[in-house]
Design a protein around this ligand. Structure first.
Ligand SMILES: [Ca+2]
Length: 433
């Protein structure tokens, strides 16, 4: 066999190995058929309902249809099954879109990847899962992308903080796990985080620990500087701060019996120089700060298969939402990150701009309607005011006409009333007296 043939064969083999595999893909493009593929959990009797819709605004009314949470303050639990597989020796890509068009205040937007033996009708918050991935928002402080892996029956949260999108548009979330125990998180097809599973999660105990048996030697000198042993206090160094006043004299009329023994007052010592201290010199025995040495952790056992799961078989949404309205769409599980990127570009990629435009248009129309309404009500108010004024004028004229003959009488009556009032006020205190 020639070298070229071998090369061709090798190329074929690697092509076979890299054969893109789509384990799961769901875009909700066949009407109500999704209900045959997704199973609602019956673990609780009052789970919130999902409905199929593209929402209030979209790039494409058909393509952007996805599962939307439709009831406020509810738990949601729904899942879909696929042919079980292992990601051993393979890349694992989990991808989906989330649209919080309700301007979410608190609620999950993540998926869970379950083992194939999950009983879907029994799925609930404590059901064992392999991976949890996606955005989670609660208030202004908690806006993160969860990446949780189950490792040896324990869930481990990522040590890094990945901020999620919190606007009302559709965003694409992608998790890529490589068989060399590295990972990458992408939002809208752009990398936002990456690293190694071992460093960014606490799956394994630390590689190195402080040696518990090591103690600082007694003669370990940590003093960087010491007093100069050769430095001596000068003989004339005055350390006495106060002295008796040499000029003070006992007053002539001092009566020792009455006043006690006379003592001269104290004054500050003019020669006082403070407490003498020897100068500092570098410590010739200085060894630096003692650092507890590290040793290999006997409990650390490396694992080159942290990433590996057997029998992956169900993807689910297991969430709590305060304000409903989130739309999930474009679910994809594959072993090919390029394919995932291409599919993302063909789905989310082609509708995202149109979606933004539609929302902008809606907002413009809304604003225009509001402006028209405001303008109309201002005009109406103006007309009403004018009419009122006219009516008032007319009424006044009528009043004047009516009142004219009695005007003097009215004034007299008013004056009399005022006078009575004044008398009453003034007379009150007198009455009390
Ligand atoms: Ca769709």
């Amino acid at each position: 066999m020639t070298g070229i043939c071998w090369l061709l064969l090798a190329g074929l083999a690697s092509a076979v190995f890299a054969e893109p595999m789509v384990h799961f893909r769901e875009q909700f493009e066949d009407g109500d058929e999704w209900q045959t593929r997704w199973v609602e959990s019956k673990h609780k009797s009052d789970y919130g309902k999902f409905r199929l819709t593209a929402g209030k605004f979209f790039g494409d009314e058909e393509k952007d249809k996805g599962l939307q949470t439709s009831e406020d303050a509810k738990f949601y639990a729904i899942s879909s099954r696929f042919e079980p597989f292992t990601n051993e020796g393979q890349i694992l890509v989990i991808q989906f879109t989330v649209k919080h068009e309700q301007n979410i205040d608190c609620g999950g937007g993540y998926i869970k990847l379950f083992p194939a033996d999950l009983k879907q009708e029994e799925m609930h918050g404590d059901s064992t899962y392999f991976i949890m991935f996606g955005p989670d928002i609660c208030g202004t402080g908690n806006k993160k992308v969860h990446v949780i892996f189950n490792y040896k029956d324990k869930n481990h949260l990522i040590n890094k903080d990945i901020r999620c999108k919190d606007d009302e548009f559709t965003h694409l979330y992608t998790l890529i796990v490589h068989p060399n125990n590295t990972y990458e998180v992408k939002i809208d097809n752009a990398k936002v985080e990456s690293g190694t599973l071992e460093e960014d999660w606490d799956f394994l105990p630390a590689k190195r620990i402080l040696d518990p048996n090591a103690t600082k030697p007694e003669d370990w000198d940590e003093r960087e500087q010491i007093d100069d042993p050769d430095d001596r206090r000068p003989d004339d160094w005055e350390e006495i701060e106060h002295i008796t006043d040499p000029d003070a004299k006992r007053p002539d009329d001092w009566d020792a019996e009455m006043d006690g023994e006379w003592e001269p007052p104290m004054i500050p010592n003019p020669k006082y120089k403070g407490i003498w201290k020897p100068r500092k010199i570098d410590n010739p025995n200085f060894k630096g700060e003692w650092v507890q040495p590290e040793i290999d952790n006997p409990e650390y056992v490396p694992d080159d298969k942290i990433y590996k799961y057997e029998n992956i078989g169900v993807i689910g949404l297991d969430l709590w939402q305060v304000k409903s309205g989130t739309i999930f769409d474009n679910f994809l599980i594959t072993n090919d990150e390029i394919l995932a990127e291409e599919i993302a570009n063909e789905t989310w990629g082609v509708t995202t701009e149109a979606e933004k435009k539609m929302k902008e248009l809606q907002e413009e129309e809304e604003k225009k309607k509001q402006d028209d309404k405001d303008e109309k009500s201002t005009a109406e108010d103006k007309v009403a005011v004018e009419e009122e004024e006219e009516e008032e004028v007319e009424a006044d004229e009528e009043d004047d006409e009516e009142k004219e003959p009695d005007e003097d009488e009215d004034v007299e009556e008013e004056e009399e009333e005022e006078l009575e009032e004044t008398e009453k006020t003034e007379s009150s205190p007198k009455d009390e007296l």
